[in-house]
Design a protein around this ligand. Structure first.
Ligand code: GCU
Length: 606
């Protein structure tokens, strides 16, 4: 526990110590601290929190968190920073969207709220869970530093057993969204740097022995006849865990846990999940007094040569890329926004979405499970990451493991992607091969991918990483950043990939309405023509097994400042109002209709 220092004692140290933040950047809150949440009751801590931007990190320098008097009235010294009076903001939110003065704010911001707790039950444990905090988050409770999380889009838990006093407590989060070279993503991206506590926060209680992790899947051996269940229990031995899947007549006891882990194979022949038949099964797991539940679909995704197969049948991924971005809410993604997104994807004729460029809200994969969409999920190893920096690898790998542990019971998720448009260096190859291997070690059931590079000199798909991933993602912008469509056709002829290729991005800006030019670059017509020519070229390449053009909606980004863009990337098939469809929307929808019809004819003929 940090010594409660008085301001005067701290004053000079606070002015002269530029390593003030080192004790708080521990990254101690990470994938290993995650608690499985399915079916758990929790107390929401959403709502108004006190808020204060703190550009110079005065809060950390002067350790104001350690000087919280019982009540504000008890203060005996002047203060610069105010954790619990003044402005409030709603959690979840991004501060950029709340006040003009915070739009481009980049730095530390403090969130503080009172937390009234009942006396603790000695047989229980208590945790806080943050759905996401962009980018790094330091947690303090009643002045004590509890830990730090890195990564803007993955959840983390903080155990607070024995730390909540009966009655009034003060919970503080210092959230810092500064872009730096060594972070993941680093300081240069093509999406808006939204900061803040922008997903749900809750408090929950568990027994002493807690089911920390639970993974259930169909063994991908092509027989569709065995489920594999794995459970991790943290705490004193609570005896064997049990799993129940009533609709399959399963009620089985795990073997005794070894080091808290147990696994078993269970014979079963479930109805298979697919976009056409999104079958989900209610599952519950108990161990001692703990009980969790989930709704799980069973399917097998695999590749054979250049084919992608779902449940043994070849598949073409009719997709679209999406960001988490909203003209009003920023990166906050609610149920309504998600249902609108999936409805538009359905109208487009999609069976697949690329959730770019970071882990989206966990609701997205749950909804995709229910509605029947396949998903590519990814971590923001984007552009020029510090591939030779071990701390950067630790950050990237932790975000990947948090994503996989969060979503690996989601049938809709079929691809984990470990990067986007990264330079082909030795350091990058080693870094991303490690991430691809981590995917396989945590989850033997899904495909791995990355948005790879084209060898433009040879006009060929050529990226050393391709040998270490299952599906080659290809971002190509012929007609926009690259002029000559003939080169795209040449790439097709010159490339002989031994595994499936999906066009993970292609597209063009089209500014709709009077803000856009009548013709030429940034016009809606030019964008439509790029889509026509892309489709005409790509449909001839038989090793292309899917595409997720860039992007469903126009989205906010700082770098796009010409007179047509006005701080937005306009490659959306739909404008930022998430209503107005552009001509290219209908062109792509027509192509997907033809693909789906062709697949239907093939089914009828077989
Ligand atoms: C890149 C990148 C996207 C970006 C897009 C564009 O390929 O992956 O994040 O928004 O191109 O330039 O619009």
């Amino acid at each position: 526990m940090l010594e409660r220092s008085k301001l005067a004692d701290n004053a000079l140290q606070a002015l002269h110590d530029e390593d003030y933040d080192v004790p708080f950047n521990t990254q101690s809150l990470n994938h290993d601290g995650l608690i499985f949440m399915g079916g758990r009751a929790s107390t929401s801590l959403d709502g108004d929190w006190n808020f204060c931007v703190d550009l110079l990190d005065t809060g950390l320098r002067q350790k104001w968190f350690a000087m919280l008097p019982e009540t504000p009235e008890e203060r005996t010294e002047p203060w610069d920073y105010d954790p619990y009076m003044g402005e409030t903001v709603p959690v979840p939110s991004n501060w950029a969207m709340l006040k003009e003065k915070w739009y481009f704010f980049e730095g530390s911001a403090w969130y503080t709220r009172p937390l009234d707790a009942a006396p603790e039950d000695p047989g229980k444990r208590r945790f806080l869970r943050f759905g996401a905090a962009a980018y790094d988050c330091k947690i303090f409770l009643n002045g004590e530093f509890l830990g730090n999380h890195y990564g803007a889009s993955t959840p983390f838990c903080v155990e607070v057993t024995g730390k909540l006093k009966p009655g009034r407590n003060w919970l503080m989060a210092c959230v810092n969204n500064t872009r730096t070279r060594d972070r993941v993503p680093m300081r240069n991206t093509d999406w808006f740097n939204y900061g803040g506590l922008y997903r749900e926060v809750c408090l929950f209680e568990t027994p002493q022995s807690v089911i920390k992790d639970f993974f259930l899947y169909l063994v991908p051996d092509g027989t569709y006849s065995t489920l594999r269940a794995e459970v991790t229990v943290d705490g004193p031995d609570a005896g064997p865990a049990r799993i129940s899947i009533p609709a399959l007549g399963i009620d089985a006891e795990f073997p005794a846990t070894a080091n808290g882990k147990a696994g078993m194979d269970i014979p079963a022949r479930p109805d298979l999940w697919s976009p056409e038949t999104p079958e989900l099964y209610d599952v519950s797991v108990t161990c001692g007094e703990d009980r969790v539940s989930d709704r799980v679909g069973f399917r097998q995704i695999e590749r054979r040569g250049t084919e992608i197969l779902l449940n043994g049948k070849s598949l073409f991924l009719r997709g679209i890329s999406v960001h988490e971005d909203d003209a009003v809410l920023g990166k906050v993604t609610g149920e309504e926004d998600l249902r609108r997104r999936f409805n538009h994807a359905r109208e487009l004729g999609c069976n697949y979405l690329r959730l770019a460029h970071y882990p989206h809200h966990e609701r997205a994969a749950r909804l995709a499970d229910e509605l029947g969409f396949l998903l590519w999920e990814e971590i923001p190893v984007y552009w020029a990451i510090e591939f030779d920096n071990p701390a950067t690898l630790r950050d990237a790998e932790n975000q990947l493991m948090e994503l996989i542990k969060r979503d690996r019971n989601r049938a809709s998720v079929v691809i984990w992607s470990v990067g986007n448009e990264n330079p082909d260096t030795d350091g990058r190859l080693k870094f991303m091969k490690r991430l691809a291997d981590t995917c396989k070690s945590l989850d033997p059931t899904r495909l791995t991918s990355a948005a790879c590079l084209v060898n433009h000199a040879q006009n060929r798909i050529e990226d050393r990483l391709a040998a270490h991933i299952d599906v080659i993602g290809l971002n190509e912008y012929y007609g926009w950043y690259e002029e000559d469509f003939e080169d795209l056709a040449a790439i097709g002829r010159n490339s002989e990939p031994d595994r499936p290729v999906v066009i993970s991005e292609t597209g063009a800006d089209g500014v709709i309405g009077e803000k856009g030019p009548e013709k030429g670059l940034f016009s809606e017509d030019y964008m439509a023509e790029v889509y026509r020519r892309q489709i005409a070229t790509l449909r001839g390449l038989d090793y292309i097994k899917g595409m997720s053009p860039w992007i469903l909606y126009d989205f906010r980004v700082e770098r796009r400042q010409n007179i047509f863009q006005n701080g937005y990337n306009h490659k959306g098939l739909i404008a930022a109002d998430k209503k107005t469809k552009k001509k290219a929307f209908h062109i792509l929808a027509d192509y997907y209709r033809q693909i789906a019809a062709g697949e239907e004819d093939a089914r009828k003929a077989s």
